[in-house]
Design a protein around this ligand. Structure first.
Ligand code: ZN
Length: 322
C-alpha cells in the first residue's frame, strides 16, 4: 500500500487554461531510471515506466523523455530498490521492490500482492511532477478509483486516469491544447494472428470481432496523413454485444519506430467506452501513417465492435523545446 499523505490538506489551485493566441509550448521533462525489479528484465521495467508517463501524457503539455547516460541532469529520477518500510513507494519515486508487482498480468502468485507497478509509478510521478505552481505537494484523491488514491489493493489495475486525476495533473502545467483528430480507415484493418475461433470483419464504419470461444485476436489499423505531425494520444472506442473484452496490448508505430506500447488491461463492456494510449515523447512522425496494433482477449463467446481508432494531434503552431 502507498502511505497516506501526512501533510495538511491545501486548497486546489486554479487550473491553467489557454485562450486563443496564448497556446503554451510543450515543456520537456527528462527522467532517469535506476535499480531493478525482481522477476522482471530491465527492458520490461523501462517499459512499465514509459507506460506510467504515457498515462499522464495526453492531458497536460509536457513531453517526457528518458535519459540514459551517466551524470545526466534529470528532472525526474525513478529508483527501484528494496527497503524494509511498509510503503510501496514514495513521492521521491523510490519504488520498494520488497513488494511483488505485476506489469501485464495480475495473476502472479504472491503472499501479499502483486501490486500494479505501472499504477504505483504513475501515482508517484503524480506527486513529484504535478506539484502546484507554489510548490505544494498535492494531496490524494478522496473518493472513487483514482491513480492518486492513497492506497492500492492487491491485483487492482488502474491504467486510465479518472477525471479527478486529470484535474490534478493539470494544476501545475495546465491543460494540453486540443489538436485535430485523425481517424483510422477501419475497412483497411488486417488481422495479424492466425484467427483461431474468431471471425474478423472490418467495414467502413466498424470492425467486428466475433469470438466463438475463449481466444485472443491481434490486429492492425493505420491512421493516414500523419507525416510531420506530433501525436498526443491514440483513442480507441468500442463496445461488446454481451460480457466484457480485455484490451491487453496497444502498440503505436511510426514506420519502424515504436512510439509507445501499452498494456492497458482495460475492459470494454456493453456500453460504448473510449480509452487513450498517451504518447510521452511527442516526436514528429516521419511516416505517412501511424500503425496501431491492438491485442484483445475474449474470456468466452463474445462479439466486440471497434467503433473508432483516432490520433489526437498537437496543434501545428506549438513548438517543442527539445
Ligand atoms: Zn501518494
Amino acid at each position: 500500500m502507498i502511505a497516506k499523505a501526512n501533510g495538511s490538506r491545501k486548497a486546489v489551485s486554479e487550473l491553467i487554461k489557454w485562450g486563443p493566441g496564448q497556446l503554451p509550448s510543450y515543456k520537456t521533462l527528462y527522467y532517469t531510471i535506476s535499480g531493478s525489479v525482481p522477476g522482471f528484465s530491465n527492458e520490461k521495467v523501462v517499459w512499465a515506466v514509459t507506460q506510467a508517463f504515457a498515462i499522464w501524457a495526453p492531458y497536460t503539455p509536457i513531453a517526457f523523455v528518458r535519459r540514459t547516460g551517466a551524470g545526466n541532469v534529470t528532472d525526474i529520477p525513478i529508483r527501484f530498490r528494496k527497503d524494509n518500510r511498509t510503503q510501496l513507494a514514495n513521492a521521491l519515486i523510490e519504488v520498494n521492490t520488497s513488494f511483488t508487482f505485476f506489469i501485464d498480468n495480475n495473476s502472479i502468485s504472491a503472499s501479499y500482492g502483486p501490486f500494479d507497478l505501472i499504477a504505483v509509478i504513475a501515482h508517484e510521478i503524480g506527486h513529484h511532477v504535478f506539484r502546484s505552481p507554489s510548490g505544494e505537494w498535492p494531496e490524494h484523491a478522496t473518493s472513487g478509483v483514482n491513480i492518486m488514491n492513497p492506497s492500492f489493493g492487491e491485483r487492482q489495475i488502474i491504467r486510465q486516469p479518472s477525471n479527478q486525476d486529470i484535474k490534478f495533473c493539470q494544476r501545475r502545467y495546465g491543460v494540453a491544447p486540443e489538436g485535430s483528430m485523425i481517424s483510422a480507415l477501419l475497412s483497411n484493418a488486417i488481422r495479424l494472428d492466425n484467427g483461431t475461433a474468431t471471425n474478423f470483419r472490418p467495414s467502413n464504419t466498424l470492425i467486428t470481432i466475433a469470438a466463438t470461444a475463449k481466444t485472443s485476436c491481434t490486429f492492425e489499423v493505420k491512421i493516414d496523413n500523419i507525416k510531420g505531425k506530433k501525436v498526443n494520444a491514440v483513442d480507441i472506442a468500442g463496445r461488446t454485444s454481451m460480457g466484457e473484452v480485455l484490451f491487453k496490448r496497444v502498440e503505436i508505430w511510426d514506420g519502424n519506430t515504436q512510439l509507445e506500447s501499452q498494456f492497458p488491461l482495460f475492459k470494454i463492456r456493453r456500453a460504448v467506452k473510449k480509452f487513450k494510449t498517451g504518447i510521452s515523447t511527442k516526436k514528429v512522425c516521419r511516416s505517412n501513417n501511424l500503425k496501431v496494433i491492438i491485442e484483445v482477449e475474449f474470456s468466452a463467446k463474445r462479439t466486440l465492435s471497434i467503433l473508432s481508432v483516432q490520433a489526437e494531434t498537437i496543434p501545428a503552431e506549438l513548438v517543442l523545446n527539445s
